[in-house]
Design a protein around this ligand. Sequence first.
Ligand code: XMP
Length: 509
Amino acid sequence: QPADAFFRANRPVALTFDDVSLATLYSEILPKDADTSTALSEVLKLSIPVISSDMDTVTEARMAIAMALNGGLGLIHYNMPARDQVKEVARVKRHIHGLIQDPITVSPTQHVGDVLALIETRRFDFRTFPVVDADGKLVGLLSGSTVRERYKSKTVAEAMTPRADILTIHEKALKPDPIKAADAFFTEHVGIHKMLVVDDEDRLRGLVTFSDIDRILTESKSRRKPARDADFRLVVGAAIAPVRLPDGTLDDEKIITHVSQLVDEHIDAVAVSTAHGHTAGVGDIVKLVRDAFPDLTIIAGNVTSASGVDYLAACGANAVKVGQGPGSICTTRVVAGVGIPQLTALYVAAQGAKARGVKIIADGGITKSGDIVKALTLADAVILGGLLAGCREAPGEIMEINGKLYKQYRGMGSLSAMKAGSAARYGHDKTDNARKLTAEGIEALKEVSGSADDVLGNLVGGVQSGMGYLGAKDLKSLREKARYIRVSPAGQKEAAPHDVVEIKTQAKG
Ligand code: XMP
């Protein structure tokens, strides 16, 4: 059935991902040709409709860089001092793929023997080092062929290739596309395997290696286009805290100062993330930020109703997050007895979005690529927490328990996360006594799942496969074509592998 007829017929039963399946349709679309690009506003465009959640066990700079390189968006969490969050944003915006920004350097007065010892103790798998003086100026290149026992008593200055004989590139020449610039450099200069980047004062600004560029060029053939801003920087978003004054009113000045610092670092979106977005408090922050920054993409939430979407859109949000309690670490529904199963929530929210022309983001409860396909029949993008928390790019250490590798994953409404700063998201003050804070999330572990590249590659492959089954060439067509069918409990059982003993291949990394 088409969405209108289907959801009318199934009202008031609220449904979630596993309750429905999508009917296959005549198709001329091969999965690999399905276009997964989306937009969160007029200016913020992504090549995959996937956003990493602003949770302190999911998104900091490393995850945000991986998300943008894969064509998505990372939302950096706010359980850290505002200035640290601004630094995380800057790390993403300044990231140049392929450029080693802080290469290991040696000084001309060291001895080759010192360099050999450095390689041994730090276990470097490379032997070529730029040589810089005390001011950071490039004075030479110590090449692997001279880093030998036989030369150990020579100084670096004696063993290096002097500055006059090294080819370099000015940092300005890396723009707009550093990978293209490096590719051209290595093609022109046969046999050169290191490209040293310098500034106006001949200070070393970075290093690009031939093998990294070769690998990136090979990967980029299979990978989706990175999500970049108009100046070729990777895109990134950040959550902003609803900071309040002691009398409970919003601390407008602090909020605006924080957003200004993010804007100075060229932030692409801010997210006003709360458990209950259909509130005056959230509306007021959206209005405040919208008035001060008319062109900034604002994401706000979370809501599960058409009127909630309508309200936040009227306040100035470009995209509204939908989901209350579907998340894998959420206990909102258990604790507060509220929330709507996610697919129905997306349907009602989509009704509000259509009228307002805002975007909808499905946030929480996604455990497999099929859920993303279903969510995208009603939403413009999805937010993932649990599916990314086991990636090596997520914050936190890997721990081993009984021979298995895990990473921590906790709800932002869990007691420990609220104590670290996210209490306001749940309408509490972090200085509240722990007994007064009612947790709406749990602390958990996720099995380590390899790299974000691998995880996103599989998920997006699944989305394209779904689009192929529906004959949808792009996400707009997916939304138009989707036909739903309710699945019985027996049908749900049939949908997953059954009556076999599954052989698990070990995850990489
Ligand atoms: P998944 O299912 O991807 O969900 O792990 C991630 C989303 O869950 C929300 N979130 C919470 N919801 N209590 C809640 O009720 C919490 O403690 C909590 N922490 C995160 C959030 O929307 C996230 O993107």
